[in-house]
Design a protein around this ligand. Sequence first.
Ligand SMILES: Cc1ncc(COP(=O)(O)O)c(C=O)c1O
Length: 400
Amino acid sequence: MEFLSTTLARVKPSPTIAVTTKAAELKAAGRDIIGLGAGEPDFDTPQNIKDAAVAAITAGKTKYTAVDGIPELKQAICDKLHRDNGLSYTPSQVSVGTGGKQILYNALMATLNEGDEVVIPAPYWVSYPDMVLLAGGEPVIAEASLQTGFKLTADQLEAVITDKTKWLIFNSPSNPTGAGYTWDELKALTDVLMRHPHVWVMTDDMYEHLVYDDFKFCTPAQVEPRLYERTLTVNGVSKAYAMTGWRIGYAAGPEQLIGAMRKVQSQSTSNPCSVSQWAAVEALNGTQDFIAPNNEMFARRRDLVVKMLNEAEGIRCPVPDGAFYVYPSIAGLIGKTSAAGTLIDTDEAFATALLEETGVAVVFGAAFGLSPNFRVSYATSDAALTEACSRIQTFCAKLT
Ligand SMILES: Cc1ncc(COP(=O)(O)O)c(C=O)c1O
């Protein structure tokens, strides 16, 4: 008898966490490492949010709470969805979990039966396919290309939908590409979904507030109100409020689904951290003033990285609309050999050689389902980004 679960055997550990761990190990061993793998802002949680958490502790709000969130946070979420997205929800349609990750996982656990298919546009956030597998479903990958700015077209979506499709997982702005769907591009996808009434959409809006230039964020239930009844709108405070460690994510959707997700959470983790929930109330209800200056900083870093990477021989880097990632193509480098003699036959070989020979840690594209590419997180200082990109330029120039 196998001791470990056969379901778990279908799943791989997170490659992004693996890269971050390897970079940390090399750094601890004394190597000069620049990590461009992390998926979190490099600034601190705003003071008003920290103060709200301290006040919650002082007031003794340190006990179990309702399984899927305190009423004050659920109300703040309803207000936010109305204010920012024009969506009307009541607190009974809202679920709060330990990060966006748990919310997505709960939703998949609550809905997937054996053989159910989940359409995942690639490049995708690394966890989607493995979460689907853990929940007993089948990920169906629909590849978007560099030519369409890494965005799925209506025809591509139409082509992968079958009788077994239960969900489309949608993520804009995207991790790993930073690509954001315009209203019209999203409408083309929701039009397809309107022709397939058995397909639901799980929209991961985690990077909603991290958008640059004139890009306008939009979300499926807003673009196509008739999809409201089969949309789960997922969001969280991790990225925009620099609260990755606090672990608060949330979703709004039909009450029956929210109830099923509550059941999963009630038998696994119970409520998310009480203190973090009070901090999240302040994040959503308090000042949003720091978001615009932070975005200016991120946009500047994005421009710096895109420019320097496009100057590197064999790299093509599109300009993304949001998040804090770029996803350059290294198609022009495949088949070359590094200065230390490594054949760059895959993007994984590229990332490994880059780390070993220059100390720059990036995540290889195969982890996100589209190769040959790599992901750079530019949520780090201008100085580190400049140095890292210049090392990448030198590395590429020495390839033969
Ligand atoms: C697209 C996307 N969704 C969800 C998450 C998970 O967010 P959280 O830290 O709130 O679990 C991340 C985090 O990297 C992400 O990039």
